[in-house]
Ligand binder design. Structure first.
Ligand code: SF4
Length: 224
């Protein structure tokens, strides 16, 4: 039977089977909760969830929500805030967007729209209860969470978060010491709107940023 005609046998597919994370991300990218079942006013545009990551990512950036530019590009931090965040972390774009090492998971995956003054609305309230636990469980290798802004700090730190952003970020050393698997480092949003805050709090660039760069370099070079 060694010479049997094998041409009719089903050939194994070379396409890898979708992982749980692939399926979760596909579900998120198809999500319409804020249009079809909103808590209050529906999202004023079609959902475009923006999220990146992998099961091997060691660092997770927990941002706020996409703004208009990111809503258009579909890629997080493709704006001056992203340039500033990459400078804070001491890494280039190629490293920042390497999903095998860095996940980017905002507190609301879709651009929430603008308020009456033209500012970004807060992240949609529907997103965290729908998705966040599952996303965090799908990335078990995350060792460091950069909690960017108050919303991320409140979720990732719970009662450990201070009354406001300044109090929480100023407490970064004891938060790092008190958190593990993953450690959490609170940061302000890198938006130009926070340039005044950065000037008023020089310890941020003098002390926190060097520590951030050391942590990022350490987690990026750590072997599997
Ligand atoms: S913000 Fe979150 S919950 Fe709302 S539509 Fe987008 S992915 Fe779904």
């Amino acid at each position: 039977m060694l010479n049997a005609d094998l041409s009719n046998m089903v050939k194994p597919s070379l396409k890898p089977l979708p992982t749980e994370l692939d399926e979760l991300f596909a579900d998120i990218r198809a999500c319409r909760i804020c249009v079809d079942h909103p808590i209050r006013a529906p999202l004023p545009h079609a959902p475009r969830p923006v999220i990146r990551g992998s099961a091997t990512a060691r660092i997770l950036i927990a941002g706020q929500a996409p703004g208009t530019r990111v809503h258009a590009s579909g890629t997080p931090f493709t704006d001056p805030s992203g340039d500033r965040l990459r400078a804070w972390m001491g890494i280039d774009e190629a490293t920042f967007y390497d999903e095998s090492r860095i996940a980017i998971v905002p507190m609301g995956f879709c651009f929430p729209g603008l308020d009456a003054k033209g500012g970004d609305l807060p992240p949609r309230r529907e997103c965290v209860p729908a998705w966040r636990d599952a996303v965090m469980a799908s990335m078990p290798e995350v060792e460091l969470v950069l909690a960017v802004g108050l919303y991320a700090q409140q979720w990732h730190l719970g009662k450990r978060a201070g009354a406001g952003l300044t109090e929480t970020v100023a407490d970064w050393r004891s938060i790092l010491e008190a958190t593990s698997a993953p450690q959490v480092l609170p940061l302000p949003h890198p938006s130009w709107r926070n340039s005044g805050w950065i000037k008023r709090n020089p310890w941020f660039e003098d002390e926190l940023i060097p520590a951030l760069q050391g942590l990022v370099a350490d987690h990026l070079r750590r072997p599997d």
